[in-house]
Design a protein around this ligand. Structure first.
Ligand code: HEC
Length: 151
């Protein structure tokens, strides 16, 4: 390939990557303070879950355990990221969170415990148990969203 064309393709590739990063940032435009912080954390946890699944397929259990540990830490921090009155736009948090904070906290705890089960199974290199715990973890995300996240 003519070098100049090759360079153009590289540049186009870089632009495409930048565009995707920027569009992810725009989705959070207008969010600030604790609302922005928790949105960023949830996004990050989603990425971590994705790469955790990829590492499970590759049987890289050290990585799986490390990422599961991060998820469990985040699970412990979720309730503190929802102080009363933090309903500023563009939040997707439903008011039900503060009407039933006990249930919300219980769902965060169920998520934390499922992530810890991933970590423990990964330390035993037990693929079957890791896969089961990943499914339970993903179910715990969905279960909280169904009740407490708008959309
Ligand atoms: C205890 C409840 C709860 C659990 C558990 C939970 N979420 Fe959420 N999630 C929420 C709420 C509430 C919001 C909306 C936050 C806001 O907009 O202020 C949210 C928002 C999100 C968002 C959107 C963030 C954004 O950029 O707007 C993503 C992505 C997400 N969660 C992924 C996950 C994943 C992946 C898991 C599990 C690994 C998970 N969540 C577990 C309650 C939960």
């Amino acid at each position: 390939m003519v070098p100049i064309i090759k360079n153009r393709l590289v540049v186009l590739g870089v632009i495409a990557v930048l565009a995707s990063v920027i569009s992810a940032a725009i989705a959070h435009e207008g969010a600030s303070g604790i609302v922005k912080m928790r949105m960023d954390k949830f996004k990050q946890s989603q990425q971590q879950l994705k790469s955790l699944i990829a590492h499970t397929k590759a049987e890289k259990y050290d990585e799986v355990a490390r990422l599961a540990g991060y998820l469990a830490e985040w699970g412990a921090q979720i309730p503190a990221h929802f102080p009363k009155g933090s309903t500023q736009k563009p939040t997707e948090a439903r008011p039900e969170i503060w009407l039933d904070f006990e249930n919300f906290t219980a769902k965060a705890e169920a998520f934390r415990l499922a992530a810890i089960r991933i970590e423990e199974a990964a330390r035993l290199n037990d693929k079957g148990a890791v896969s089961q715990a990943i499914q339970d973890t993903a179910a715990s995300c969905k279960s909280c969203h169904a009740m407490f996240r708008a959309k």
